[in-house]
Design a protein around this ligand. Sequence first.
Ligand SMILES: Cc1cc2nc3c(=O)[nH]c(=O)nc-3n(C[C@H](O)[C@H](O)[C@H](O)COP(=O)(O)OP(=O)(O)OC[C@H]3O[C@@H](n4cnc5c(N)ncnc54)[C@H](O)[C@@H]3O)c2cc1C
Length: 335
Amino acid sequence: MTSSIDSNGPMIWDVLIIGAGLAGLSAANDLHQAGLKVLVVDKGRGLGGRLAGRRIGDATFDHGAQFMTARDSRFKASVAEWIEAGVAEEWYSSYPGHPNGHPRYRGVPTMTAVAKYLATDMNVLRTTRVDSIAHNDLHWSADLDSGETVNAKALLITSPVPQTIDLLASGNIAVPADKQARLDRIDYEACIAVMAVLDRPTAIPAPGATAFDQGPIGWISDNLQKGVSKIPAVTIHGSGAFSADHYEDDKMQTGQILIDAASPYLGDAKVTEYQVHGWRYSKPSVVDPEACMLLSESTNLPPLALAGDAFAGPRFEGAVLSGWAAAKSLITALA
Ligand SMILES: Cc1cc2nc3c(=O)[nH]c(=O)nc-3n(C[C@H](O)[C@H](O)[C@H](O)COP(=O)(O)OP(=O)(O)OC[C@H]3O[C@@H](n4cnc5c(N)ncnc54)[C@H](O)[C@@H]3O)c2cc1C
């Protein structure tokens, strides 16, 4: 992993992937396995996109995705591999009011561990935004905010779809009307995430997390019980409705509303410090029925695919499945 382009890299990569989240990194692994030269570019400092960890002093938080579930057989095998590698473990399979649920797995020590594992041996350029894309008859080029340009035979975009639409517009890419309609239908929930350091443990019952169907809070998780943090620390996620209503408000004031609403779960613990992060595109609320979108199909464009959790399911597993599906489409398109 690096923050500048490897001067020994090819002049034209086989595949450029925008996004080092789960979809991008999962696709990168399959494309690399197929013998292709792949470069992944991400604007974020860390790896994993919406798998996100943060530290405040001695406290550590998962403040994006909290866990993964596994239904698909190949994905189950990957989870087993991650457990074997020590970057994931089963967190719980039931919690009060929801007995005998399917297993929830977590990253170890934090959710981002899985992304770091997937990035091993991959060419990943971090803290680098793709500002615009363009193409000629044979390949794609991407202008980076570092001032550099990257060329590739095929392009995979894995950003949340509204950002993908902007990137496509930057290159005046003519999107077929039926595909444009599918992209326009996709929608996301926002989520305001509070990370609060506490002076003592919470009153959240084992396994240390609770989901809510009503009220301002969607989810509360005890990072100490989860094994993420050395000291008491909670993540509070605003519900979709609350987060949408308050997204433009002062973040610290909105965070305080969520902390106040969480008081029954904090018990006697007092918040000593907190930070707030807004996820504008948290989880897709309307997804596309296909596992990925081969946008170049039946066009004169060089191979171009879109992937992410808006395609194969609005969660961790969906993002991975979508990345794999896009890799398969691009391997065929490049053959
Ligand atoms: C608060 C929250 C809680 C969640 N909880 C759960 C949960 O408990 N269980 C679950 O299964 N799922 C959960 N999810 C959903 C899960 O995190 C996502 O489904 C999954 O991580 C999406 O992966 P992705 O690769 O599709 O997208 P992302 O992770 O969003 O990856 C896209 C990447 O593209 C990069 N990017 C975008 N534009 C550019 C550009 N122009 N140039 C360079 N890079 C760019 C971004 O920086 C990002 O890293 C949660 C999400 C959030 C936000």
